[in-house]
Design a protein around this ligand. Structure first.
Ligand SMILES: C[S@@+](CC[C@H](N)C(=O)[O-])C[C@H]1O[C@@H](n2cnc3c(N)ncnc32)[C@H](O)[C@@H]1O
Length: 531
């Protein structure tokens, strides 16, 4: 598989003073020495803890797991914006501001009449613009949890360029193809040095919270963060041990029985039917809980939570309602109409809790319930490999020069693929060619394009192209010649699936929400099922 990565433009905030950098780096070194000493002490206390746990006490070990945790969810410094992400450790400029990459699940045609759009990203941001007519990506983890504070962006710059991986599942081999998202690998990095205790913030760009007011995030102490926060750093994401499952979630450290492995703030949806505009219904439902006997969907967006795969025999985590003050558990008792008036994303929080001691590196499993298991088995029994011609965009060799339209007449690209170009100019006039401009945020400048001409730089050997840009949702012959960009570098071109071609649109791909124990759901919710 060939992957390209794009350089990111330098932002003003990234130009921190050399002196500040020097002081901060030395602080880091000092911190690392102290941390090293702590680690040695912790390791010995860790083994003591293990011993004491076998005697029945695991409180100390749980505290240790909490101490080692770097990232937490706690009440945001932005008024009335619920939870925010805090760091308990110093982060140097350029380092990651999260402990694991996020996934995004694209819905090809955003349902109307729901609040799906409030906690999902515009199609272009994580490169899913061409999945459908009006696509939006619901992401879990930092990409959804981080708050915007345009006047005080301390930290995160979202880095979307490692997306597009089918996690080893192929449509001609695996029943799980199309049942997991391909958009994995969204991360964020610090724009400047971030002190331990800070809330991590970004700038959403086109959305300003009460834009007439300025908020500067107070920096808490790391102790405050540990005391009041919920750890979101206990999980690592890797390929699942069973390759049929795609990715999976693994324990980053020893997690004693009863540890909250991760909180899962929920976005609630009244009706699963809203996500059934196409066949198959939106992949999004596979990443949601559905209480039995209802049509309600609960989308958990705690980092890594919906990467936990199913096993009824090996389940080592379970769900329970969070005891955190940010969880409005009492709202579950409200009549449903009142509940829907009150509820907002993050108002309800489930905790994923260790059912037994979990060793570092163990894969985490949740019991999705008998209905899910039966549905998966039925799916595997009837599933047939899809052998129609198809090539994954990630399998295209991007070291080869892109073929011009003329060359493609003789040697066409696979019919499911389209070429896209990243172009920084939005006001190109018809029939007035311009020279290529680098976009400030690459994915925003993503457009369909046709390759008209190719040149090779004699000195460097790199390729440059003349392309025509298409501003439509689908490649269109009329766009062949109108908006021309010249001197487009090779790195600014790539392949994507045309709309409705990627695995998640396969008619025979598996769909089933995750089951949730009846004990957690109020009885009166079951009276609501819409047929
Ligand atoms: C919430 S996601 C879990 C994360 C997913 N593995 C991924 O890579 O994004 C649920 C989906 O994962 C896959 N999955 C989870 N547990 C599985 C199992 N026991 N066997 C096969 N597939 C499983 C199914 O495609 C299911 O619909």
């Amino acid at each position: 598989m060939v992957r390209i990565s794009f350089p990111r433009p330098k932002s003003a905030a990234a130009r921190a003073s050399a002196l500040g950098e020097y002081v901060f780096r030395h602080k880091i070194v000092l911190w690392a020495v102290v941390a090293g000493l702590i680690t040695i002490r912790q390791l010995s206390s860790y083994s003591r803890n293990l011993t004491s746990m076998t005697r029945g006490s695991n409180r100390q070990a749980m505290e240790l797991a909490q101490q080692e945790c770097r990232f937490f969810l706690a009440e945001s410094a932005i008024p009335r914006s619920g939870l925010g992400i805090f760091t308990a450790v110093d982060i140097a400029k350029g380092e990651q501001t999260q402990s694991m990459p996020d996934i995004c699940i694209y819905v090809a045609d955003t349902p109307s009449g729901t609040d799906f759009h409030t906690h999902s990203w515009a199609g272009s941001v994580f490169m899913g613009r061409y999945e459908g007519q009006n696509s939006r990506g619901a992401c879990e983890g930092v990409a959804t949890l981080v708050n915007t504070m345009p006047d005080s962006v301390n930290a995160a710059e979202l880095v979307p360029f490692q997306v597009h991986t089918n996690a080893g599942l192929k449509r001609d081999q695996n029943p799980g193809a199309g049942a997991i998202t391909h958009y994995y690998g969204v991360t964020s990095k610090a724009r400047r040095n971030v002190a331990a205790g800070s809330e991590i913030t970004i700038d959403y760009g086109d959305w300003h919270y009460e834009s007439d007011r300025k908020y500067v995030a107070p920096v808490h102490t790391p102790e405050w963060v540990r005391k009041h926060g919920m750890c979101i750093d206990h999980i690592e994401i890797r390929q699942a041990l069973d390759p049929e499952m795609g990715r999976g979630a693994f324990a980053r450290r020893f997690l004693p029985r009863g540890t909250v492995v991760s909180p899962a703030p929920l976005q609630t949806f009244k009706n699963r039917i809203d996500f059934a505009q196409q066949e198959p219904e939106a992949l999004f439902v596979n990443y949601c809980f559905q209480p039995s006997g209802t049509n309600i969907l609960l989308f958990p967006y705690g980092p890594g939570v919906n990467l936990i795969n199913h096993s009824s025999e090996k389940a080592n985590v379970r769900l329970q309602w969070s005891t955190n003050a940010q969880n409005h558990r009492h709202w579950l008792d409200l009549p449903l109409q009142k509940f829907w008036e009150m509820v907002y994303p993050g108002a309800l929080i489930l905790d994923v809790v260790a059912l037994r001691d979990i060793q570092p590196g163990e894969e985490l499993y949740l019991d999705y319930g008998p209905e899910w298991e039966a549905a998966w088995q039925d799916h595997v029994n009837v599933w047939e490999a899809n052998t129609d011609p198809y090539v994954y965009p990630a399998d295209m060799d991007l070291t080869q020069p892109f073929r011009t339209l003329e060359e493609q007449k003789k040697d066409p690209y696979p019919s499911n693929l389209a070429t896209i170009c990243f172009e920084g100019q939005w006001d190109i006039e018809e029939n007035k060619p311009v020279d290529w401009t680098e976009p400030t945020f690459w994915t925003d400048g993503m457009l369909y394009c046709h390759i008209l001409k190719r040149e090779k730089d004699k000195k460097t050997g790199s390729y440059f192209y003349e392309v025509s840009l298409g501003y439509r949702k689908e490649p269109h012959p009329l766009d062949d010649k109108r908006y021309i960009s010249r001197k487009v570098p090779h790195k600014a071109i790539m392949f994507v699936d045309k709309p409705y071609q990627s695995d998640m649109h396969l008619k025979n791909s598996f769909r089933h929400p995750i089951g949730i124990s009846d004990e957690l759901i109020p009885e009166h919710w079951r009276a609501t099922a819409v047929q």
